[in-house]
Design a protein around this ligand. Structure first.
Ligand SMILES: *[C@@H]1O[C@H](CO)[C@@H](O)[C@H](O)[C@H]1NC(C)=O
Ligand SMILES: *[C@@H]1O[C@H](CO)[C@@H](O)[C@H](O)[C@H]1NC(C)=O
Ligand SMILES: *[C@@H]1O[C@H](CO)[C@@H](O)[C@H](O)[C@H]1NC(C)=O
Length: 413
């Protein structure tokens, strides 16, 4: 009996160890999504299609999708109900009408500057949904570049004004996913969002697979994909070029954990970020098979004593960068903003990272007793790069010995 139970104990301990190692990423088994069957098919007229699309979504059978099958659709805000999807076929564009009054949350501030910047609802909302998604090879265009209805400037110009005036633009996000489960974004192209493209909050089970984000580098605050307080997230085979963080993992209302960012390509943008809003912590994050070509930052973790947050169990593997100013930037004093919290960055591993052009590598911890902790394996950088450390505990080795001028397939689609 005793022999039996100690064997069971050994087996259980081994299993727990295996399970623990496996948990450094999305815990689900994620495979390429498939488009759902459609419940109805819509063809574009040239008018405002909001009511038509929303009615079709509301009366669609669970598990099915409303298909937009031809033409250019113009719409105001839409809500994707639980269990229902939107399918934007190849050749079809769904455009967000640039009329601030359609998105206004009741304070008549959408499309203006103020001290908060929270006056607009998103273009597409998922709230409390299970098993919903957006599919198809078509385009969703946020029209951030278009002049707002009744105004003399575009959403993006308003965002630029906010910077000058040191306040906030009230612009709609393109897709907001809150308190939801098993949400999929597949193959769709998103462009010209007035604000963040995809943002989640407390969402458990998110698959973003094969999508393209293509927005100019000059469009302010146009983050690509921002999982916030979310778990079991996979972002795979995507191509993201935009005007702010390509991907930013945040935790403002709950921890962000079990996140896999696999085989993606980033063009313009501010890079692969964790933080700075990471108060509830980020852990068990795998970033693998990433190419960055022309982003301002590469692999970046940012916080400060105002935001705090424990960031741990982050592994970056098979990453290649070209023309990136700050290839690795671990900064606990981001923006020099201070408060009473203590950010911690530990167990951060870089392996098989190649940086083909010169850049500045920065590791900035809080103090001797609160250092940035990172491990390097197989890290090859360009001769003449800058390596700046302050309160950093870096183990392993790296070398200024990289050769080659192209990234090849490290993050191919
Ligand atoms: C993540 O996925 C695993 C495996 O499917 C599941 O057991 C776990 O409950 C999920 N976590 C959350 C927070 O939903
Ligand atoms: C979704 O979550 C974000 C972040 O917590 C919040 O700002 C926003 O108000 C939420 N939206 C809805 C419709 O609940
Ligand atoms: C460090 O993080 C990895 C995931 O990247 C995890 O598997 C491992 O258990 C962590 N080690 C410690 C000591 O926390």
């Amino acid at each position: 009996m005793l022999g039996q139970s100690s064997m069971n104990f050994a087996a259980a301990a081994t299993l727990m160890l295996l399970v623990h190692v496996g948990y450094a990423k999305d815990q689900r088994t994620v495979t390429e999504p498939k488009n759902p069957q459609s419940c109805t098919t819509l063809k574009a007229t040239s008018g405002d299609e909001t009511q038509t699309i929303q009615k079709a979504l509301n009366s669609c059978a669970k598990g099915k999708a409303v298909a937009l099958s031809s033409g250019t659709f113009y719409s105001g805000p839409l809500t994707i109900p639980s269990g229902i999807s939107l399918l934007v076929d190849s050749g079809v564009t769904l455009k967000a009408l640039p009329d601030p009054s359609l998105y206004d949350l009741g304070r008549k501030t959408c499309g203006t500057l103020d001290e908060q910047g929270v006056g607009c609802k998103p273009f597409i909302t998922f709230h409390g949904a299970t098993g919903s998604g957006i599919y198809g090879k078509g385009v969703i265009d946020g029209q951030g570049d278009q002049t707002m209805t009744g105004k003399s400037e575009s959403w993006w110009k308003l965002a630029a004004d906010a910077k000058k005036k040191n306040n906030f633009q009230n612009n709609p996000r393109l897709i907001q996913i809150n308190d939801s489960v098993d949400i999929t974004l597949y193959q769709i192209t998103l462009k010209n969002s007035p604000f963040y493209h995809v943002s989640t909050s407390k969402t458990y089970g998110l698959t973003v697979w094969g999508i393209t984000i293509n927005t100019p580098s000059t469009a302010r605050n146009t983050d690509g994909v921002d999982p916030m307080g979310s778990q079991n997230v996979t972002i795979a085979h995507c191509s993201i070029s935009t005007g702010d963080d390509n991907v930013a993992i945040k935790a403002m209302d709950a921890p962000s954990r079990h996140i896999s960012v696999l085989n993606n390509h980033f063009g313009s943008g501010h890079g692969m970020s964790i933080g700075s809003e990471i108060t509830y912590g980020g852990s068990d994050i795998t970033i693998s098979g990433l190419t960055l070509d022309g982003t301002t930052n590469g692999l970046r973790i940012k916080s400060n004593t105002f935001r705090g947050g424990l960031v741990t169990g982050v592994s970056y593997t098979n990453v290649c960068m070209l023309e990136v100013k700050h290839p690795i930037l671990l900064d606990m004093e981001y923006g020099k903003v201070t408060g009473n919290l203590t950010p911690e960055f530990k167990n951060i591993t870089f392996s098989n990272v190649k940086v083909l052009t010169k850049g500045t590598f920065t590791f900035d911890g809080l103090s001797d007793t609160k250092p940035v902790e990172a491990t390097m394996k197989d890290v090859h950088i360009k001769k003449g790069s800058k390596w700046i450390t302050s309160n950093a505990k870096i183990t392993g080795t790296w070398a200024e010995d990289v050769t080659g001028t192209a990234c090849g397939n490290a993050g191919n689609n």
